[in-house]
Design a protein around this ligand. Structure first.
Ligand code: NI
Length: 321
């Protein structure tokens, strides 16, 4: 019994010591983690800034670089560039919006534009995300403009690719807040899916969206009316790349090039999963379309040059993501 006392004492002291050291270490660890976190963040921003070059791209790095905790300065810079680009294109933007409004008076939704000129609209859904920057790089290299249907809940995590898309003259549309199947929601839920996403876009510096794409391509008269009431034209597609289930970039590009016609609206995804195949297929698609004499324009630009027929096909042709 007696022999145990010093042992116990020793153990208690050790425990006390360990606890106090642990508390001390915890504080130190917190400081160290904060310092390390700032360094990592700074590095990821620096790397992110140089990620436009081929070969330096890394989705994980980009995702971290595009996190909501980016330094204010960087965000403000991107927001300013987006605002400047919108201001410079003000007249074109007004004309394009008039074309959208004209289309909306003729038809509540567009699946395909007219065939008046050799133009097509590439569209990307479910972003912005870690693959958006690479897609923007490819579009820039190919002199192509596209339309991004944005998920509202992605905006705060990836403000930079969204603002870059705006700055580089791409069009932005509403793809709901949460990728909800709208035909199964109440009227009030549908309304908030649309308006919450629209608010997130405008909060990031985008103009109020006038284009809308329903998740899963699922819509009914109520969905169309909800979009229309908010000044949004529902935009579907005539070429489905089925990129969400594709494993070969070459096969995907080949299929797109075989199906495309003047006035086509092409569905792709820059978010909602691993978009490696899409981002690898895009350079082949852009090059192939260019060789075939196609201009790649935004949906509003397409509607301006190729006004759609009021007879649009209501049948949903393919399962979609
Ligand atoms: Ni979608």
């Amino acid at each position: 019994m007696l022999a145990q006392r010093p042992d116990q004492d020793h153990r208690e002291r050790r425990v006390r010591l360990a606890l106090s050291r642990a508390a001390h270490h915890r504080r130190r660890r917190r400081v160290a983690a904060a310092v390390l976190g700032s360094v990592v963040l700074l590095l990821s921003v620096l790397i992110g800034a140089g990620s436009g070059r081929e070969g330096t791209w890394d989705p994980v790095r980009l995702r971290d670089g595009a996190s909501a905790s980016l330094p204010e300065l960087n965000l403000q810079q991107h927001a300013r560039r987006a605002a400047e680009a919108i201001a410079t294109r003000k007249d074109e933007h007004t004309m394009e919006q008039a074309a959208v409004a004209r289309a909306l008076r003729r038809t509540p939704f567009v699946r395909v534009a007219g065939d008046q000129t050799r133009s097509v609209a590439l569209t990307f859904d479910d972003g912005p995300g870690p693959f958006t920057q690479r897609i923007l790089d490819t579009l820039r290299r190919g002199g192509a403009k596209a339309t991004f249907f944005i998920l509202g809940n992605q905006v705060s995590a990836f403000p930079v690719p969204l603002q870059r898309a705006l700055a580089e003259g791409h069009a932005i549309g509403d793809h709901t807040w949460n990728h909800a199947p709208l035909t199964r929601l109440t009227r009030r839920e549908v309304a908030s899916e649309l308006t919450d996403a629209s608010a997130a876009l405008q909060g990031a510096g985008a103009p109020a969206p006038t284009l809308f794409r329903p998740p899963y391509g699922a819509f009914d008269d109520r969905t169309l009316a909800a979009a229309r009431r908010r000044g949004m034209l529902t935009v579907l597609w005539s070429v489905d790349t089925t990129d969400y289930q594709e494993t070969s970039a070459r096969r995907m590009a080949k299929r797109v090039l075989a199906q495309v016609r003047p006035g086509s609206i092409v569905l792709m995804h820059d978010g909602g999963g691993d978009r490696t195949v899409t981002s690898r297929a895009l350079p082949l698609i852009v090059r192939g379309l260019d060789r075939r004499g196609y201009r790649m324009v935004t949906v509003p630009q397409l509607l301006m040059t190729n006004p759609p027929s009021p007879e649009q096909d209501r049948v949903r042709r393919t399962p979609v993501a």
